[in-house]
Write a protein that binds this ligand. Sequence first.
Ligand SMILES: Cc1cc2nc3c(=O)[nH]c(=O)nc-3n(C[C@H](O)[C@H](O)[C@H](O)COP(=O)(O)OP(=O)(O)OC[C@H]3O[C@@H](n4cnc5c(N)ncnc54)[C@H](O)[C@@H]3O)c2cc1C
Length: 375
Amino acid sequence: MPVSQHVDVVVVGAGIVGLAHAYAAARRGYKVALFERTNPAVGASIRNFGQIWPVGKYGPLLQRSLKSREIWLDVSGSAGLYCLESGSLHLAYHDDEMAVLEEFCARFPESHENCQILSSTEVAEKSQAVNMDGLKGALWSRTELNVDPRQAIREIPAWLERTYGVQLCFGTLVTDIALPHVQTTAGQWQAERVFVCSGADFETLYPQEYAASGIQRCKLQMMRTVPQPDHWRLGPNLCSGLTMLRYDSFAQCESLAALRQRIESEMPFYVQHDIHVLLSQTALGELTIGDHHEYGMTFDPFDREEINHAILRYLNTFAHLPTVDIAERWHGIYALIKGKTELILHPAPGVTIVNALSGAGMTLSFGLAEELFSA
Ligand SMILES: Cc1cc2nc3c(=O)[nH]c(=O)nc-3n(C[C@H](O)[C@H](O)[C@H](O)COP(=O)(O)OP(=O)(O)OC[C@H]3O[C@@H](n4cnc5c(N)ncnc54)[C@H](O)[C@@H]3O)c2cc1C
C-alpha cells in the first residue's frame, strides 16, 4: 500500500515557477512537498539563458521583476549559486536604434532610473566584446542578473530541502487532484493547497482548463560555446536592435515603428523566424547564445541549422569574441498566451494553476509567487 502523507502545500513541477512557489510557501512556514515528474527537472527552466531581465519590463511587471531580482540575490547568496550582477548593454549601430534607446530613457526616467545612454567610448570601457565599428552608442542598464540555470534548477530543490524542510518527490508524476487528495505515481498525498506549475505539459492535469485558456507553446533554439580562453570575461550581457523589437518596455516608444519597418524590409528571415540575439556568459566562461521563436502546439523535433547560422551572423555584427566554437546546441519549449503575461486559474477550491510566463519565467517567477502568497 502506498504511504499517505499530509502537507499544507503541494507544488507540481520543479521548473522555476514551481521552485518560486515552493520557496514562497516554505518561507512562510508551510509544510511543502514538491513533485517533479523527471529527475532532475529538464523543462524550459534548465534550458534557458538564465538572464533576469528587468530592463525588458515596465509598470507593475517592472516592479515584479525587481522583486524577483532581489530574491534571486538572496537565494543565490544563501544556496551558494552563481549570480552575476552583470547589467546589460543594448547596442545601437543605426540612427533608428539610437532613437529608440533615447526615447526609452526620456520616456521612463523614473521607472528606469537604473538605465543610461552611453557614448561609444563609454561602451568600450564597459565591455571588451563590443564591435566598435559603426557603434553609435548604447543603453546601459545595471539591473540584469546572470544565473546558471543548469546549476540553479538542479541545486535550488536541495537547498529548499536543507533550509526549509521541503519534501522533494522527484521522478514522481502527479496524476490527479481532488483535494484534499493528490494522486501521484508514488501514492496518495493530502494537502490544503496545490500549485500546478506544469510548464508546457497541458495534457496531464486540467487539460480542459488549459485548452480553454488559449495557451500554446514556443520553441527556441540555443547554443553554447566552449569556455573562452585565458579567463576572458564578457562583462555585461549584450544585445542589439532586434532585441528592441521584442521587449514590452520598448513597445511604448513611438520611434520603434521606424526601426521595425527597416528590419522588416532588410532582414525578412529574422522577422519570419522571430530571431533576436542575446549573449551571456556562464561561470565557466562559456557563452550562451540564442534565440528564435516558433509558435504552436507540436513542433518538428529537429533543429534547423540555418536558424543557428542566422543567429551567429547577427551576433557577429555586434560582438567580437575570442572564440565562437560551439560546444552544445539544444532547444527549449515554454508556455505562453499571446497578449497575456501569465495564466492564473483556480480550477477547484484550493488549487491554483500558474503558467504561461512566456519568455520571462526567470525574470518574474519569484516576484509573482510573492504576490500570490501575499494576496
Ligand atoms: C531557450 C529559452 C530561453 C529562455 N531564456 C530566458 C531568460 O533568459 N530569462 C527569463 O526570464 N526567461 C527565459 N525563458 C523563459 C523561461 O525559461 C520560462 O518562462 C520558464 O522556464 C517556465 O518555467 P516553468 O516552471 O513554467 O516550466 P518548466 O521549467 O518547463 O517546468 C515545468 C515542470 O513541471 C513538470 N511537470 C509537469 N507536469 C507534471 C506533473 N503532472 N507531475 C509532476 N511534474 C510535472 C515538468 O516535468 C517540468 O519539469 C527562456 C525559455 C527558453 C525555452
